[in-house]
Design a protein around this ligand. Structure first.
Ligand code: GDG
Length: 732
């Protein structure tokens, strides 16, 4: 099995200096914990920062640190105090973290931070290059290292490389605020697979990649030059069994008893987060205060246990929120407490696992209301811990986890009325209902646990790599080209099937601008004048346009994807008479779409109606195209018309018309000793599909195809045809 190199900002082992001595401890936090179990069972290596500044490690100690970490399959990247300040506390946590969580008012744009971010990403790249082998699989994690895939790709051309973002990817309108947005997009696109927790983040990324970098995608696949990159959602899971079985552990049972002794029979509402402004803790407390105000009957009956784990304490906002929180806890406790009852137990510390598990076990309600959260593992851990199924999760719709945990009570974290109602509902929910909901969620969390998540990601990464290799093998290379040209030269009966737009000329936003230039007309003339050649332009265009453009050439024309055929020297004809009485109804629908979609237009042909959206705003175009297909689907079903999806066009046409059928007669009419078909669109696949085995077929552009070979764009096709033209001149 290949070696897996995991790279994240922090190593799963943290080095600290305590009372002069260096200590090595397991790191806390979602990522380190989540991946730890996976990486121990694989032949893996983890690269990251050990959590202590370079200056704090004496020269003589450095070797010991490296050796000790190596035994735990870790490789350190040492960062200076200055880097930690500018890169980690700076760009990562004062720029990217707030911006990606939609806290634009907290976002700082500093060139110094950015320079440090670049520098540290380079240091990571250097560390990876020091130990990576040619066939190592590389998996980079999170927002600290978004430039790393791009940096590594320059040197590690072939290694499978994945990137996973643990926080949200914001909508384009927010992401575009970042002055270094282009560099970040380019950096990420160095990976072969880019993963996010949810499809919303996938959509946001694809939209930014298109608007900022001009990258179009098809079903989440982007071509970066000729390298295929896949963008997909992988909702991160947890170590389910660990939490599900936690109540069986003696130490946890003891903790449960200890806490129960203090809470008596009161209902427990639990809140657990790092003390981060994105987690909505202040708002949560204000809502709890409001809940007690509005529902005094719950006083002395409910206790909120609030665990706030210290984090990023060097950053102002985190200090401010801590102060606010403590004041608020004091205020609420002062206001509502009674003898023997305090409404909020506030714990500002990281708890040992046994205590956390005990709290998950005994809490009647878990209140998880982040304002934004990539996923939120606490929500999943709480549900997983409920072996008896009793307990209710109240979950913010702004957490990625809400997409999977639909049986929770889903709330808007800013809506205090809604949360107050949710609390009442949760505290009064029948046990049967609680168990039903919990079991449903548990089934999902158990199945898609953290190992499955990691396995899925790595498998997908391998799959993309294999697809890339297949595509590469099919690239029209020098050898094939030479073979093809020599075959061409030898042959006496040649059939050339050429699509027009995107194949002989570039694809234009305005179709009228794609008329043939002199060069291509001359080229086609020379090719057709060679009597060994039968050249056919096989286009989706209407017959009048083709006639207007090519009437001076002695060439075969196929228009409207095969609706009309004009063998050279003959008149236009159809393969069979088609009814077109369906057009009226479809035209009305298309007109509605033209009105509501600026930039789109209808093209009417004899046997088809096409709705073009090449000039429409990218995303609007995609949405409208999908809506249009839905709208006409029921008309098309059980009729003899069909929908054809081309490059930024939806075409409705008589069924049975297609390019393949149209060229069939030619294919069978002669014993060709050289056949070449070239096209760039889905509609050309009908030709590729029916060609005999020995024929050459070339797809222009990088998308799945039945063609034998690929080229990048129309320029390569022109070059190839010019070479053929040369050969015509060479041989009598
Ligand atoms: C980031 C994203 C995404 C918490 N308190 C204690 C403790 N924890 C553990 C929990 C959980 C982890 O920390 C927290 O994970 P979350 O997912 O809730 O949140 P972030 O730390 O913000 O994580 C987040 C995650 O990455 C993974 O991709 O879900 O959206 O922001 O595992 O159990 N553990 C212990 N004591 C505590 O007091 N032992």
């Amino acid at each position: 099995m290949k070696r897996l190199i995991i790279i994240s900002n922090r190593l799963p082992i943290t080095v600290q200096r305590k009372e002069g001595q260096l200590t090595f401890q397991e790191s806390v936090g979602g990522l380190a914990k989540g991946l730890a179990s996976f990486y121990k069972t694989h032949d893996s290596f983890w690269i990251g920062w050990p959590g202590v500044a370079r200056e704090k490690i004496k020269r003589t100690e450095k070797k010991t640190v490296i050796e000790t970490l190596k035994r735990k399959k870790c490789y350190p990247v040492f960062l200076s105090q200055r880097h930690v300040e500018l890169y980690y506390n700076g760009f990562c946590n004062r720029t990217i973290w707030p911006l990606f969580h939609y806290f634009t008012e907290f976002t700082e744009y500093s060139d110094n931070y950015w320079e440090a971010y670049k520098k540290v990403n380079e240091l990571f790249a250097k560390a990876v290059l020091e130990i990576a082998n040619e066939d190592d699989v590389i998996w980079i994690h999170d927002y600290h290292l978004m430039l790393l895939p791009g940096l590594l790709r320059k040197r590690l051309k072939n290694n499978p490389m994945g990137f996973f973002l643990h926080i949200p990817f914001p909508s384009f309108e927010v992401f575009r605020l970042l002055p270094w947005r282009n560099e970040i997009i380019q950096g990420l696109l160095g990976a072969d697979l880019i993963g996010f927790h949810t499809y919303d983040y996938v959509r946001h990324f694809l939209s930014s990649a298109h608007r900022i970098g001009g990258y179009e995608h098809s079903y989440g696949q982007i071509y970066v030059d000729t390298r295929l990159v896949k963008v997909d959602a992988f909702p991160m899971g947890i170590d389910f069994e660990k939490f599900y079985n936690s109540s069986l552990e003696k130490s946890v049972q003891r903790e449960i008893k200890r806490i129960r002794n203090k809470t008596h029979n009161r209902k427990i509402v639990l809140s657990v987060d790092r003390l981060d402004y994105t987690k909505g803790i202040i708002r949560r407390l204000e809502t709890f205060d409001y809940f007690l105000d509005k529902n005094p009957a719950y006083k002395d009956k409910v206790t909120l246990i609030l665990v706030a784990v210290p984090t990023r304490t060097k950053i102002d906002q985190y200090r401010v929120i801590k102060k606010q929180l403590e004041e608020l806890v004091g205020k609420i406790n002062g206001k509502h407490s009674a003898l023997g009852w305090v409404p909020i137990w506030y714990l500002y510390r990281s708890l040992p696992f046994k205590t956390l598990a005990a709290l998950y076990n005994i809490a009647d309600v878990c209140l998880v209301t982040p304002l934004r959260d990539g996923m939120n593992l606490v929500a999943k851990e709480y549900v997983a811990s409920k072996r008896d199924g009793k307990g209710v999760l109240i979950l913010s719709e702004m957490a990625g986890a809400a997409k999977e945990l639909a049986e929770a009570i889903i709330v808007n974290p800013n809506n205090r009325e809604e949360i107050t109602e949710a609390l009442k509902k949760a505290l009064n929910m029948k046990e049967r209902e609680q168990k039903k909901r919990t079991k449903k969620m548990q089934e999902r969390i158990r199945r898609y646990n953290v190992s499955r998540w990691a396995k899925d990601f790595i498998e997908k990464l391998h799959f993309i790599k294999e697809t890339q290799l297949k595509l590469k093998e099919n690239r029209l290379n020098k050898d094939v080209e030479e073979r093809m040209l020599s075959h061409y030269k030898r042959s006496r009966n040649r059939l050339l099937l050429l699509d027009y737009d995107g194949t002989l000329v570039p694809f234009k936003e305005r179709p009228e601008l794609a008329r043939p230039d002199k060069k291509i007309l001359n080229l086609l003339r020379n090719l057709t004048e060679d009597e060994r050649n039968e050249v056919i332009i096989v286009s989706g265009r209407d017959k009048h346009t083709l006639e207007k453009w090519f009437f001076r050439l002695d060439i075969n024309l196929i228009a409207e994807h095969g609706g009309w055929i004009k063998p050279r020297g003959e008149e236009w004809k159809t393969l069979e008479p088609f009814k077109t009485d369906w057009k009226e109804e479809i035209r009305k629908i298309l007109e509605k779409y033209v009105d509501s979609t600026p930039g789109s237009f209808i093209e009417e042909k004899e046997f088809s109606l096409a709705w073009h959206y090449r000039k429409v705003d990218y995303e609007l175009g995609l949405v409208r195209a999908r809506e249009l297909k839905d709208d006409i689907f029921h008309i098309v079903a059980n009729s003899d018309i069909e929908i054809l999806e081309g490059h930024k066009v939806i075409e409705i046409k008589n069924a049975g018309i297609n390019k393949g059928r149209a060229v069939l007669n030619w294919l069978n009419s002669n014993s060709w000793d050289f056949i070449l078909a070239i096209g760039d669109d889905w509609t050309d696949e009908d030709i590729f599909e029916i060609l005999p085995e020995e024929a050459y077929s070339i797809k222009v552009g990088w998308a799945p195809s039945k063609a034998k070979y690929y080229v990048d764009d129309y320029r390569e096709i022109r070059k190839l045809l010019f070479e053929m033209e040369e050969l015509n001149n060479e041989t009598p």
